[in-house]
Design a protein around this ligand. Structure first.
Ligand code: ADP
Ligand code: ASP
Ligand code: MG
Length: 401
């Protein structure tokens, strides 16, 4: 079997953990399997690099940020190869250049286009464990790129697809995918199975246990994922295509405080306003999420939308530079999104109302609402996020009873 195993930052945070990971990989290697390991930077090293960069320049050039980021993953793969070597097993570390991990050119948020698997296959044929840097790629200018925070999961899935791997295992610091972030909702329960669609929504809406693009890729290429702990041998969560039988009404609650709301008050109520507004934001790669437009009155209307906190100031700047015909602009970073996700929701009318009731019981005000077939998202004050998540989790009886 060819197995791709990905270990996150906490799992390789220090010497003991590096040896722990090395031993787990060697165990499967000694059973005769081919092993490709994808690693993140050690512990919170990526955060430390950001702090270092911002201390020098508050708005560091994105290209240079990627150049800096790549050292984190390069450090962990080299140390891992040394650990395996120490344990008497041949291993080799490879970075994005050596693998030839081709991505789009957008620094900080690149997408994988193609992976040349030759080098990895060559090393596997020589019975080496191959350890690849997560999160990084190379663009057409031969520059390093990164895939966005948490992107090592995506490297692992892309490699599993490119190598036609028999298994793709994502090892992390929790036992699997839970009904909510177990650090925020203590009663959260581990799911045995979750569908690609549900996992994609959960990951996009703030369940940081998997990078959302890794789920997108897994679905596209039919890579079945297992999310499990690197610290114990508990069975994890399988992420796969759903069958009708498994459709849960609500499978999880996600929260995301990395959200800001921008409200533009008093825009002209005429055709083309929304187009011009969102087109100018799209040109600057600002992603928007929920959008709300008020009913027009006295020839004006209001539009508000959410984006991630990091983009909010830039978005406000673009709007004020490109538009003059509005009354006021408000940026609020003290907001958060809370969502429920479940494949069974599409056939059950009462789900949204039940979620709103849970918030009403807690006297939490809803500022925006958006829905899709399998999710409901509301925008609330950030300070209420954990209380809201717990209340909704309880209302739908998602916890261990
Ligand atoms: P890694 O470094 O291994 O990639 P991450 O920190 O990126 O780990 O992801 C694991 C974390 O995701 C957990 O520690 C947990 O707090 C968080 N998390 C958020 N939502 C969920 C969820 N629904 N199920 C499990 N973990 C979740
Ligand atoms: N080291 C990167 C990050 O912290 C990538 C990852 O961990 O997946 O975002
Ligand atoms: Mg992660």
């Amino acid at each position: 079997m060819l197995i791709v195993k990905k270990f996150g930052g906490t799992s390789v945070a220090d010497k003991e953990r590096i040896f722990n990971v090395a031993r787990r990989c060697i165990e499967d290697y000694q059973k005769g399997n081919d092993i490709v390991v994808v690693l993140s930077a050690m512990g919170k090293y990526t955060d430390e690099l950001i702090t270092m960069a911002k201390d020098i320049n508050e708005i560091p050039p994105k290209r240079e940020m990627d150049m800096l980021f790549t050292i984190g993953e390069q450090m962990s793969v080299a140390l891992m190869a040394m650990a395996m070597n120490k344990l008497g097993v041949p291993a080799i570390s490879l970075n994005a250049f050596q693998v030839a991990m081709h991505t789009t050119s957008v620094y900080g948020n690149a997408r994988i286009k193609r992976i040349d698997s030759e080098r990895i296959r060559h090393e596997l044929e020589h019975r080496k464990i191959v350890i690849v840097t997560g999160f990084q790629g190379v663009n057409k200018y031969d520059d390093y790129t990164t895939l966005g925070r948490g992107g090592s999961d995506t490297t692992a899935v892309a490699l599993a697809a490119a190598l036609n791997a028999d298994a793709c295992e994502i090892y992390t610091d929790v036992d699997g995918v839970y009904t909510a972030d177990p650090r925020k909702v203590p009663t959260a329960r581990k799911l045995d199975v979750v569908t690609y669609d549900e996992m994609l929504e959960l990951a996009t809406l703030g369940a940081g246990v998997l990078h959302n693009r890794s789920v997108e890729l897994a679905k596209k290429f039919g890579v079945q994922l297992v999310v499990r702990s690197s610290l114990n041998t508990t069975e994890g969560t399988v992420v796969k295509e759903g069958s009708k039988m498994e459709k849960m009404l609500v499978s999880g609650v996600a929260g995301d405080s990395d959200t800001a709301r921008i409200a533009i008050i008093g825009l002209k109520d005429e055709p083309g306003v929304a187009f011009k507004l969102f087109n100018s934001l799209a040109k600057h790669n600002i992603n928007k999420d929920m959008i709300l437009q008020s009913v027009g009155r006295h020839g004006t209307k209001d539009i508000s939308f959410t984006t991630n906190e990091d983009s909010a100031d830039e978005a406000a700047k673009i709007i004020s530079e490109n538009f003059s015909e509005y009354e006021s602009l408000d940026v609020n970073k003290e907001v958060a999104k809370v969502s429920i996700v479940g494949a069974g929701m599409q056939t059950n009318a009462g789900v949204a109302a039940k979620m709103f009731e849970a918030l009403y019981d807690e006297n939490i005000n809803i500022r925006m609402i958006s829905t899709s077939e399998i999710r409901v998202t509301v925008l609330i004050n950030e300070k209420n996020l954990e209380r809201a998540m717990n209340a909704i989790h309880e209302k739908f009886n998602l916890g261990d009873n």
